[in-house]
Write a protein that binds this ligand. Structure first.
Ligand code: GLA
Length: 374
């Protein structure tokens, strides 16, 4: 008798479990709700693409249809020494994207930061010649892009080449090669994979001066017959900046330049930001307790304002879904966001759509509901 009751109990539990599971699987994710508007992506790390983080794995597959490599395709990790390539993590990243039918974005080919020192110097430590640096860029791009030809759908070809005033940033590429380096990088990428989409990616592009600088640069490149398919507007945003209307002006301006617009690297800091808004990785500030006001969670009012702020951004992106082709979050859960350690180490920030326990924030449902109504 006991066995019958026990068996019945087990069957009931199993049925309940199956029902919950089905429900979980049929609940629309962000990618389903936003289907037809824009791709929704997330930056992933090797731990996640190895499927070692099971909770992250479920969320990534449920909500996102695009991925970008957070670090493993940058020049430092992928070519740490001249001619020595480390493709292990990048191979795994691309395979993960393919297995899950995702739009795969490679990040990033030419960037002054996280580029190894050898890139710019000879054996004596002196700057290499212009021709030599062009050669190195070409080899880097043809090797990396060539390896994933037909598999990586789009590349952030050049990252952060424009300064706040709209002029070209005076980085090592510029110093040694001159302004041509940006166009050359796009040419080399096109040669290596003619089918891949090619993007320019930068932060603070909601600023008029920087937006105009990018438009001018992209226009000049296009006039020389070289393709720039899209502009990635890094979305490292704050509660107090940028103004939605400024962001909107730039989305329109880039689209008028014939480019797809992508919101890349989206995260919204909930913490005080007493500096001029930036995403310059070399910027840093001293820790002060008043700048880390929510170590144990956001107070209700702040949380409400935060969710609304996130939603306001998505409302804008949905309004311009004819121009915006992808929105990519810079990470999955607050626990691992770079914003916890930048520009001040050791703060507790809340910049992503999923909290430290991998629970969706209210804004996720707000977006899904609003998107379903479109
Ligand atoms: C820039 C880069 C990203 C990343 C962030 C900080 O925005 O494009 O790859 O390094 O800084 O995480």
């Amino acid at each position: 008798m006991r066995t019958i009751i026990e068996t019945a109990f087990v069957i009931c539990i199993a049925a309940l479990f199956a029902a919950c599971k089905t429900n979980e699987n049929t609940d629309p994710g962000l990618k389903d709700a936003l289907d037809g508007q824009f791709l929704i992506g997330v930056a992933v790390n090797p731990y996640q693409t190895a499927e070692k983080d099971s909770m992250a794995d479920v969320l990534i597959k449920k909500h996102f249809n695009s991925i970008v490599a957070e670090n493993c395709m940058k020049a430092g990790p992928i070519q740490p020494k001249k001619g020595v390539f480390n493709f292990e993590n990048a191979d795994q990243f691309v395979a993960f994207g393919e297995e899950n039918n995702m739009f795969i974005v490679g990040h990033t080919l030419v960037w002054h930061s996280q580029a190894p020192r050898w890139f710019f110097t000879d054996d004596e430590g002196n700057d290499v010649s212009r021709d030599e640096l062009i050669n190195r860029i070409k080899t880097h791009i043809s090797t990396v892009v060539g390896r994933y030809k037909g598999r990586v759908d789009g590349w952030d070809v050049v990252n952060e080449a424009i300064d706040e005033d709209g002029s070209l940033r005076k980085n090592k590429f510029y110093e040694i090669i001159g302004e041509d380096y940006v166009r050359l990088a796009f040419e080399f990428a096109k040669e290596a994979d003619p089918e891949a989409e090619l993007y320019y990616n930068d932060y603070n592009l909601y600023k008029e001066s920087k937006c105009q600088g990018v438009v001018k640069m992209v226009k000049a490149i296009q006039e020389q017959g070289v393709t720039v398919d899209g502009i990635g507007m890094q979305g490292h945003y704050f509660m107090n900046s940028p103004a939605i209307k400024n962001l909107e002006k730039s989305i329109v301006a880039f689209s008028e330049q014939g480019c797809d617009v992508m919101i890349t690297e989206l995260d919204v800091s909930a913490l005080p930001n007493p500096w001029e808004a930036t995403a310059e990785v070399s910027f840093g500030a001293e820790y002060e307790e008043m700048l880390n006001p929510y170590p144990d969670g956001l107070p209700e009012e702040v949380d409400k304002a935060f969710n609304q702020r996130y939603f306001d951004f998505f409302e804008l992106f949905m309004k311009h879904s004819d121009k915006v082709s992808r929105v990519t979050l810079w990470g999955l859960s607050d626990a691992y966001s770079w914003k916890n350690n930048w520009p001040i180490r050791g703060r507790t920030d809340y910049p992503l759509l999923f909290d430290r326990d991998y629970q969706p924030k209210p804004v996720v449902d707000m977006i899904i509901e609003a998107a379903k109504g479109k």
